[in-house]
Ligand binder design. Structure first.
Ligand code: G3P
Length: 213
């Protein structure tokens, strides 16, 4: 199982910043033996990797080689900053299919694991064709609502699982162990989440609850 906590641009976060939440992810992972990783903003990747024991992922990379590309996230640089994997095509950072495919290729080339995000069964099938390590199904309308996709719209998760040749994660509104358990029962192999941890009064407790079932 993979649990990826996406810090998005929740600035310093209510739990004391990216480093603090990453430390809590590392502690929860160590305590529970589950794979709990964190995806800070690009500007925080190096610091979070250097200052914590957390497994660190990027939120995005571009399909570019070293060279004349201004304002892009170079997969090599992301890897060099300490990330072990990257999200691609998050619904808050959409790419064309061609660019998502290029990003998967370049990320793989430099040794980054990849999660390609999708919003329904047909985009999940297309995402799976790109041969990432995971496809993540996230209906945009449930993101940040606290309404868990795994319990409110289980058919969306099942649909993605049915069409994907790679392991599926699900996200949107996930915040409790019951939500994670429901996701696994639908065939998902983990979850992506943000607000359920970042906006929790006690992010450490929220993390432990995710694997409490
Ligand atoms: O990448 C995770 C995400 O989009 C879900 O956000 O706040 O609903 O957990 P949230």
């Amino acid at each position: 199982m993979l649990i990826l906590v996406n810090l998005k641009t929740y600035a310093e976060g209510t739990g004391g910043g990216a480093v603090r939440i990453a430390e809590l992810c590392a502690e929860a992972s160590e305590e529970t033996g589950e794979r709990i990783a964190v995806a800070p903003q690009a500007a925080d990747l190096y610091r979070v990797s250097r200052e914590t024991d957390a497994e660190v992922w990027a939120q995005h990379v571009d399909a570019v080689e070293p060279g004349s590309n201004t304002g892009h996230a170079l997969p090599e640089a992301v890897r060099g900053a300490g990330a072990v994997g990257t999200l691609i095509n998050h619904s808050e950072r959409r790419l064309t299919l061609a660019d998502a495919g290029g990003a998967v290729e370049w990320a793989r080339e430099v040794g980054l694991e990849t999660i390609v995000c999708s919003n329904d069964a047909s985009t999940s099938a297309a995402a799976s064709e790109l041969e990432p390590d995971y496809v993540a199904i996230e209906p945009p309308e449930l993101i940040g609502t606290g309404i868990p996709v795994s319990r409110a719209e289980p058919e969306i998760v099942e649909g993605a699982v049915a069409v994907s040749d790679v392991p599926v994660l699900c996200g949107a509104g996930i915040s409790t162990g019951e939500d994670v358990e429901a996701a696994l029962s639908l065939g998902a192999e983990g979850v992506l989440l943000a607000s359920g941890v970042v906006k929790a009064d006690e992010p450490g407790e929220a993390l432990r609850d995710l694997v409490s079932f």
